[in-house]
Design a protein around this ligand. Structure first.
Ligand code: NDP
Ligand code: 8X3
Length: 260
């Protein structure tokens, strides 16, 4: 029997690409996001060959999320795969210049939103048992500090640890959990992070070869199709052109620290 895949953040980027990829593998889909128009467009593209339920949902709203999951129509109730993908970065400058509201939005979406959806869907995954999976979209930013990452990277560190901790508690249920952590990938992510500034967003991808949304979606589909006895705890994928940098050494007059 084929269960249903629920994908958050399916209106764009990795989520939309994952929907297309999973549909091609025969998964019935629940596609979620705030932008109804985009959900409708994707649903129209994928159906009728794929059964699709478009669920407008803000992951930050715990009550709306649990209601939507509780009230799923019977044809979409047997969830076998949860792709926790909805997320965003904001405030690309240094922490000390960031608006507190941007920090709250990242925490509310990347952490609270992810746990809202997980909490609502988990009973259905456990009811499915062996072969069920949670794929949480983390990031290389979870373990690699860089300037401007402040709350974003920290929120993805939460995603990684939550994924590992879930694995411990789900022992014996058959439900698998993976932290899928991509590096730089070209989507609307940078446009959102740069508050709609297209030239700043384009600069992120200029003169390099980032991952594509399809690259990430292929990994989602690969993890989803693994034999039921296998769990990938964490999968980090980066473009060949992305590697670690050295510690940054600040150099100028040294009196400040010496006289403190
Ligand atoms: P996009 O901006 O293209 O997509 C983000 C998706 O998240 C959209 O579908 C958006 O839908 C959804 N979303 C945002 N806020 C909410 C909310 N409050 N409720 C419901 N849905 C929401 O970016 P990506 O595809 O690149 O990002 C997907 C995930 O991948 C994110 O978690 C991101 O942190 C992570 N990631 C991205 C990388 C990159 O370089 N692009 C690298 C590593 C990880 P809508 O606005 O319609 O609600
Ligand atoms: C997004 C990738 O490099 O902007 O998670 O942190 S990066």
């Amino acid at each position: 029997m084929q269960g249903v895949a629920l994908i958050t953040g399916a209106t764009s980027g990795f989520g939309a690409a994952s929907a297309r990829q999973l549909a091609s593998q025969g998964w019935p889909l629940i596609i979620c996001g705030r932008r109804q128009e985009r959900l409708d467009k994707l649903a129209a593209e994928l159906s009728p060959s794929t059964p699709v339920l478009a669920l407008q949902m803000d992951v930050r709203d715990a009550l709306a999320v649990s209601r939507a999951i509780d009230e799923l129509p019977a044809a979409f109730a047997d969830i076998q795969l949860l792709v926790n993908n909805a997320g965003l970065a904001l405030a690309p400058g240094p922490a000390q210049q960031a608006d507190l509201s941007d920090w709250h939005t990242m925490i509310d979406t990347n952490i609270t939103g992810l746990v809202n959806v997980t909490h609502a869907v988990l009973p259905r995954l456990i009811a499915w048992g062996a072969g069920a999976s949670v794929i949480n979209i983390g990031s290389t930013a979870s373990g690699n500090p860089y300037p401007g990452s402040h709350v974003y990277g920290a929120s993805k560190a939460f995603v990684q640890q939550f994924s590992f901790n879930l694995r411990c508690d789900l022992q014996g249920t058959g439900v698998r959990v993976t932290d899928l952590s991509p590096g730089i990938a070209e989507t609307e992510f940078s446009l959102v992070r740069n508050a709609g500034n297209e030239s700043a967003a384009d600069a992120v991808y200029r003169d390099t070869v980032p991952l594509s949304a399809d690259d990430v979606a292929e990994q989602v589909a690969y993890i989803a199709a693994l034999p039921a006895h296998m769990n990938i705890n964490r999968l980090e994928i980066v473009p060949v052109r992305q590697a670690w940098g050295p510690y940054a050494i600040h150099r100028d007059a040294v009196e400040q620290e010496q006289t403190a």
